[in-house]
Design a protein around this ligand. Structure first.
Ligand SMILES: Cc1ncc(COP(=O)(O)O)c(C=O)c1O
Length: 486
């Protein structure tokens, strides 16, 4: 019988690897060449990539790589672009990215002692650098959505008061959680997935600064207790996705403690600003959180997927997830932690190495400088907008998000009709910039008004890039106003 393996000639592997490096270097040498958004895919591209029959015979690796280079990459969104200021997406780091090839080609396992120790090291570092805990436990996730899901899963186990893993939630008082109306939609999804239902996530109003209203929160908890529901978790925002608002975490910690609620903080976007001394007062209270969701693939610019949930004790994770059937090994060699018992997945990719190398390569001081610079750029952007006669600030930055809108200088009316027109105009401006591809901001709705939203977490954003983007928005604003106003 002939042995069959899928191994390749080692020289072909080497030349393939070098070609990939060349492709990466060519993109990195000027990340602004490709537009932010991919052009519409031509028929030629569609047929090269997707329309072929099921491959029966193997194809030449060289040609496959050419297809990726010529057809696939040009059809992707350019997240490396230096004028990318949309959503909460960052720019990736070359060395951390290249470890991805090592991880997947060598199939570096997630559960061996080496990687377990990496996880323990990273979570300890995050806990310390964010002022959460000196010796935090935690788990590396795909991103912030997953980290928040794990946080709420732990909260449910810790605060239900019955064995929720065995019995579920049926037949018990509804478990209720609280967050401001500016909380991220992944929290709604987490409530759905954990069987508690979205209706049990109370959305508390925010003030003009987009921070949770404490009085309304207290009233909501009292009303739920009176109605026989069971409040179990209070969620604080350490940087909302819309405006970057940081809730008064210290006050929330006190309320959580008074009502024996689990205090979870969603710091996916904003919490790394705690590295900058001048921002630290915003995050006072984080040291009292029971769990903290952070997202290194945002402000730390670590390649996508890199999220993390921090807790105070490994038992928070194992009591929530440990389930070891006879066909799995319960021990993890010489480490006291067995990651297999700390999360939802069994087989998973190693997401730790890229985080570890980035933290070692740059150190917290360099990151603090980067983030301080982003905070300063955003403040400058806000004052430019404030001084302009054709723009209006819609949310003052507390971190690195500024929302604003274009308002034609001669549009003085404040009627509903004028507001509707401004919504239409600003949405058209956002789309025109996306179409143009030389910069990108995103949009959102604040108090019913469509606004432009710049969020600076991408390490390639510069002062010149912000200026160019504002000029483009101004040009589109005036041009579209001429076309759209009746
Ligand atoms: C505040 C906040 N929480 C959670 C998330 C979800 O994170 P991810 O996209 O990594 O799943 C985001 C994403 O922007 C966010 O801004």
């Amino acid at each position: 019988m002939n042995d069959i393996t899928l191994d390749m000639d080692i020289d072909i592997v080497r030349s393939f690897g070098y070609r990939i490096i060349d492709m990466i270097v060519s993109e990195l040498s000027d990340p602004s060449v490709r537009s932010t958004r991919p052009p519409k895919q031509s028929d030629e591209i569609l047929s090269a990539l997707y329309d072929g029959p099921l491959p029966l015979e193997g194809e030449d690796p060289d040609e496959l790589l050419s297809t990726i280079q010529n057809h696939l990459i040009p059809a992707t969104t350019n997240l490396l672009h230096p004028r990318w200021m949309a959503y909460v997406l960052a720019g990736s780091l070359p060395l951390a990215g290249l470890t991805g090839a090592l991880v997947s080609t060598l199939n570096l396992g997630p559960y061996d002692p080496a990687n377990t120790r990496l996880t323990m090291t990273i979570t300890r570092w995050f806990g310390e650098m964010l002022g959460f805990a000196k010796d935090a436990a935690g788990y590396i996730t795909t991103g912030g959505s997953w980290a928040n899901l794990v946080g709420l899963a732990v909260a449910r186990v810790r605060r239900a008061g019955w064995d929720v893993r065995i019995d579920g939630v049926a037949g018990h008082p509804p478990l209720v959680a609280y967050v401001s109306e500016e909380g991220h939609s992944c929290l709604d999804k987490a409530m759905e997935l954990l069987g508690m239902g979205r209706n049990q996530l109370r959305k508390i109003s925010v003030g003009s600064d987009y921070r949770i209203l404490i009085d309304e929160l207290e009233e909501a908890i009292e009303a739920d207790l009176a109605a026989g529901s069971q409040p179990f978790c209070l969620i604080g925002n350490a940087g909302t996705v819309n405006t970057g608002a940081v809730d008064p975490l210290d006050a929330l910690a006190e309320i959580a403690s008074r009502h024996q609620l689990w205090f979870h903080v969603d710091g996916a976007y904003g919490v790394f600003a705690a590295l900058v001394p001048e921002s630290q007062p915003l995050f006072v209270g984080i040291e009292k959180a029971d769990s903290l969701a952070v997202d290194p693939h945002k402000w730390l610019n670590i390649p996508i997927e890199a999220g993390c949930i921090l807790v105070r004790d490994w038992a928070d994770l194992t009591d929530t997830f440990s389930l070891v059937p006879p066909y799995l090994r319960a021990s993890s060699g010489n480490s006291e932690v067995n990651l297999m018992e700390c999360g939802i997945e069994l087989t998973r990719s190693n997401r730790e190495l890229k985080i570890w190398i980035a933290l070692r390569q740059y150190g917290t001081k360099r990151y603090a400088q980067l983030i301080a610079n982003h905070l300063a750029l955003t403040r400058q952007l806000a004052s430019w907008v404030e001084e302009a006669d054709d723009f209006e600030v819609m949310s003052k930055p507390s971190l690195s998000i500024c929302c604003f809108r274009f308002v034609p200088p001669d549009l003085t009316s404040e009627t509903e009709e004028a507001e509707a027109y401004l919504n239409e105009l600003n949405q058209a401006i956002e789309m025109a910039l996306a179409e143009n591809g030389q910069a990108l901001v995103s949009g959102t709705v604040l108090h019913g008004r469509r606004v432009l939203r710049a969020c600076i977490v991408n390490h390639r954003v510069t002062q010149a890039g912000v200026d160019q983007t504002l000029q483009l928005l101004r040009e589109f604003g005036h041009k579209l106003d001429k076309q759209l106003r009746v």
